[in-house]
Design a protein around this ligand. Sequence first.
Ligand code: ARG
Ligand code: GLU
Length: 722
Amino acid sequence: MRILRSFVLIITLVFSFQAIANEGMWLPQLLERLNEKEMKSLGMKISARDIYNVNSGSLKDAIVSFNGNCTGSIISTKGLVLTNHHCGFDVIQNHSTLDKNYIRDGFWANNLSEELANPKLYVTFIVRIDDVTKQVLTGVTAEMTERERQSIIDKNMNEIGKTAKKETSQDVMIKGFFEANQYYLFVTETYRDVRLVGAPPSSIGNFGKDTDNWMWPRHTGDFSIFRIYAGKDNKPAPYSADNVPYVPKKSLPISIDGVAEGDFTLVFGFPGKTMEYTHSAFIQQTLNVVDPAKVAIRTKALFVIDSFMRKDEQIKIKYAAKYANVSNAWKKWQGEILGLNRTNAVNQRRAYEAEFQKRVNANPVWKSQYGQLLPDLEAVYSEIGPLGLARDYFTEITNRVELFAIHRRLSALRNARINGGKNDYSQALINIKDTLTDLYAEYNPALDRRLFEVLIEMYVSDQDGKILSPVLLERVRAAGNDYKKLATEIYGGSEMTAGPKVLAALEKDPTDMLERIQNDKVSLLIADIVDSYNKNTTARLNEVQSKLNQLQRTYMRAQLEVMKEKKFYPDGNSTLRVTYGSVRGMAARDGVKYDPYTYLDGVMEKYVPGDYEFDVPKRLQQLYRNKEFGQYGKNGKMPVCFIGTNHTTGGNSGSPALDAYGNLVGLNFDRAWEGVMSDIHYDPSICRNIMVDVRYVLFIVDKYAGAGHLVKEMKLVHPKVR
Ligand code: ARG
Ligand code: GLU
């Protein structure tokens, strides 16, 4: 048995050292050097230069970061942007009322004048990417403290930013890669007049809702369509009725031939955050402590929100986006726990560390530099463990209970009034009025009170009293440990929960209100909860975190140096990346094999009349019965979603999936349950990304919504006659 086990270990080790096709989120400017050969061997017919080229229009010019947290792609010469329904959700919701409910019924503009403006929505293009590692690290030495190092880096970055070549409409951003061992500069261009063009009803765009979320087989038409508007010079311009549709450097051709199992696919977008090169102790903490704690907190929060949403249609609209957000990560963390366990991630990482240590020990130079790294990391992880947990309790709970956010804004405003100059104060007033207007528009005090009751109880009973707020503990005692009573006192005694009153006061002179609020018992309590956390946790956490950052950076550098045969890609950090792989089903578990494709038949199989998650619009049923699929169907069936081995994460939502010729064939929106641990530990056998087939998107636009004029704007092609 033991021999068998070590044999298995060696095999896994050998495998994880090989360049595993499909793992990795690669920098587009380095594809030619690092990936092109492999991409071609997987079937790609275009070149790395077709994907990224600063001198002429390339595919990257058709990709945008959508509102800072998703991806979009340009699909017409008049600036149409395709992204996910869940990426446009907030915006669609903001345009919705009880009688014009675009979330429920969908929305389609019949012409330009019907497209809906969205004050805060923006998209960002990447103009150019430069390696600025040398310049950023000039003057940095190994002996510096983290703080000294950071201050030099900040100064250098500031300088580089000022001198970088760019047009006036463009911006510069510099980001660290490989744990800040490398730095790249991005010249970007941001458009802020982005209008809603079309969205299916959520019974299509969010079909299956939370039950199907993170799951395969999937049947969701998760898309929405926007349009970028520009000034007459085609440059970014703030919203104006005179703005015109943006003319892009590049728009994606769309293939309606589809792809089949084994075909090459490429996903181009902005993956948010991965942690692929961490110590096994990190995986262990995530798995055993952090994820379970956050899941437990959100389970309670979701139960509260759900019970209010079910009772009241108005609350349902107000809280829909919030609920979806909270439940999304909640579900993912549960999948992450399962996946990390199932793939033995901790042991695999330990085996990797053992190999690293062996090589380091065998080389005297490495040994003196890196010999202590792993034990040091392990020690810092055990130090940071309880602090990190306290942080997660604090952030999870104070982010759910919105009284904290209201208090934070109002005390910031009071601060600006007392300590800031006149300009600071009037600017703060404008900003805070704005955020609070948004917040109260989607706020229900009774719901918030119930969240307070349930979550503050967890906050107190799960944690060591020594790190908690004495004022809070005293009030809990005074209420006889009755959290309902406490919540009622708090919410009954607070002016802050009365949105219209607060906003009215902000319109006039809010001085009196700010002083009253500052000194009432509720604020004193909230302030003490926050202060105690900062005093007992944040200060210490920052210290340990800075030690950890330093060690992680060295460990990353060491891995690059020591594990030479491994192909390294930088962790996701919300910058533009290319991931590639193939359309591929998978063996999900014993006796269960997944096909790579789903069809409209599956939508009808899941159909539950009138259901909150699985209702199907009448019109879609009719199209299905009559097989009215137009040019989008295949062999009498309507393809809906497919899976592939592309390595994606949050932020890749809305990313286009391209075929071997660079044609749009799908729209990334999710990952399959079995493999959502890929942010920490990618396993090619069970990690799959989920895409909507673009033919389903076009079918819904054209046949379901009757918005064929939009399809006419696009360029439909067949890959064989490229
Ligand atoms: N899981 C996908 C992502 O991480 C889709 C989320 C939106 N859908 C939902 N039912 N919440 O964003
Ligand atoms: N739905 C995710 C997003 O919003 C993408 C899925 C994932 O995490 O892979 O970006």
